[in-house]
Design a protein around this ligand. Structure first.
Ligand SMILES: [Zn+2]
Length: 70
C-alpha cells in the first residue's frame, strides 16, 4: 500500500507536502493553490500544524474541509 504523501505526490504531478513546507508555499494545483505563505496563509497554530501535514494553506484547507461546493 502506498503512503498518503506518495499518493498526493502522484495526484499533484510530483509535488509533496514536504516540498511545499520546504518552499513555504501551498501544494501546487490541482490539490492546492501553489501560493507562497509569506503572509496570511497560516493565520493560526492549528492551520500551521495542518499545513505541515497536508501542505495546504488555510484557504485550501477550508475548501477541502467544506467539500469544495460553490
Ligand atoms: Zn492554497
Amino acid at each position: 500500500m502506498k503512503s498518503i504523501p506518495e499518493f498526493l505526490a502522484r495526484l499533484s504531478g510530483g509535488d509533496t507536502p514536504q516540498a511545499a513546507v520546504d518552499d513555504a508555499r501551498c501544494l501546487l494545483p490541482p490539490i492546492g493553490c501553489g501560493r507562497p505563505l509569506t503572509d496570511g496563509g497560516l493565520p493560526d497554530q492549528a492551520t500551521a500544524r495542518e499545513w505541515h501535514i497536508s501542505g495546504l494553506c488555510a484557504g485550501c484547507q477550508d475548501r477541502i474541509h467544506t467539500g469544495g461546493a460553490s
